[in-house]
Design a protein around this ligand. Structure first.
Ligand SMILES: NC(=O)c1ccc[n+]([C@@H]2O[C@H](COP(=O)([O-])OP(=O)(O)OC[C@H]3O[C@@H](n4cnc5c(N)ncnc54)[C@H](OP(=O)(O)O)[C@@H]3O)[C@@H](O)[C@H]2O)c1
Length: 327
């Protein structure tokens, strides 16, 4: 099969389009004929091996999985013997184990779900990692409730555009922080207020938010705490910045330690891959309450350009690699 591969960590220049063998699904996995794959910041971290901390889990000297990409949407091609709930030919979406920037990818059956009706494969591929992160962060970690105020940084990106819509669905008063070009987009997604970070510093104003959902993750925690209600909750989603060894994790760890000594609740989390969340999101999509925003669609041969575009840090929703162009 054709796949984007890397045999060492590095910039997008390490990616090559090659012919490699199809993966063999494990007993609890399905093999998916990939139609589309999502591009998110996690792909960049695993491609570069930065911060070095990620190499502990994903390969010390080179990536254990040579094909990038977690988000996948496609059609079930083969089924492992322990899989009872999918059939060959089923259209599905979710996260995969062998890399999705390829013609075929293996995925655990409990991490995929039927393709949401009415969505293209490209739209579905935009959902799994980013929307599950927004959902788990707001519902399970921030425990966002109707009537609360929430401020979302990075509101226009992959995770952020889902977070804005989900926070509205949960009944919150939503403030999205993004650059000047995306104010209208964030309001269109349902935000009650949009702050342009090039013109206004929300940490210097008088507003105090019940929840701050920090996706952009480029402000010191002390500054964010100034805009947080006295017993409010800060959820740190992103781990950007910092040094090459531990990246932004020093911010997350520091916040969690500090949290034990103050009335404000400071948290961070790593999103889990779960079918039940994909089904929850599908229900909202079917009801017309949630929609993925596609920044740009790239052919498989331009995966490196797609990652360079993402690394510029100004995504408008989510970029997607189309392995089989939509008819
Ligand atoms: N915890 C987890 O399990 C988990 C899961 C997924 C992702 N993440 C992390 O979440 C972060 C975001 O991921 P993503 O895929 O959403 O990235 P993304 O698609 O690149 O979006 C990042 C957004 O941040 C915005 N931004 C940049 N500077 C900003 C600022 N000063 N204030 C407010 N917004 C700003 C950019 O928009 P503008 O053009 O408007 O600046 C961009 O839309 C990454 O660090 C990623 O690693 C964590």
């Amino acid at each position: 099969m054709k796949a984007i591969t890397q045999d060492r960590y590095g910039s997008a220049d390490v990616l090559e389009l090659r012919d490699i063998p199809r993966p063999d699904p494990k007993p609890d996995e399905v093999l998916i004929r990939v139609h589309a794959a999502g591009v998110d910041q996690g792909v960049w971290h695993l491609m570069t091996g930065l911060p070095y901390l990620v190499r502990l889990g994903f390969g010390l000297t080179r990536p254990k999985i040579p094909v990038p990409g977690m988000d996948v949407a496609g059609v079930v091609e083969a089924i492992g013997p322990e899989v009872g709930d999918f059939m060959v030919g089923d259209p599905v979406f979710g996260t995969c184990t062998t890399g999705s920037f390829a013609e075929y990818s293996a995925a655990r059956a409990d991490r995929i779900a039927p393709l949401p009706p009415g969505l293209t494969f490209a739209q579905a591929a935009a959902i799994p990692v980013s929307a599950s992160t927004a959902l788990q962060g707001l519902r399970d970690h921030a425990r966002l409730r109707a009537g609360q105020s929430v401020l979302i940084t990075g509101a226009s990106g992959g995770v952020g555009h889902f977070a804005v819509q989900l926070a509205k669905i949960f009944g919150a008063d939503v403030t999205g922080v993004c650059g000047p070009a995306k104010q209208e987009m964030v309001r269109d997604l349902g935000a009650d207020h949009a702050i342009d970070y090039t013109r206004e510093d929300f940490t210097q104003g008088n507003a105090r938010y019940d929840v701050i959902f920090d996706i952009a993750s480029n402000r010191p925690v002390a500054q964010l705490r100034r805009a947080l209600a006295p017993e409010g909750t800060l959820v740190i989603v992103g781990g950007e910045g910092g040094d090459r060894w531990i990246g932004g994790t020093h911010r997350q760890i520091g916040a969690m330690i500090l949290s034990s000594f103050i009335p404000q609740n400071l948290k961070s989390f790593i999103a889990a891959e779960r079918r039940e969340d994909l089904l929850f999101l599908t229900g909202l999509i079917e009801a017309g309450r949630l929609r993925p925003v596609i920044d740009r669609i790239w052919p498989l041969s331009e995966a490196a350009a797609a990652i360079r575009h993402l690394a510029e840090g100004h995504a408008r929703g989510k970029s997607v690699i189309e392995v089989i162009p939509e008819a």
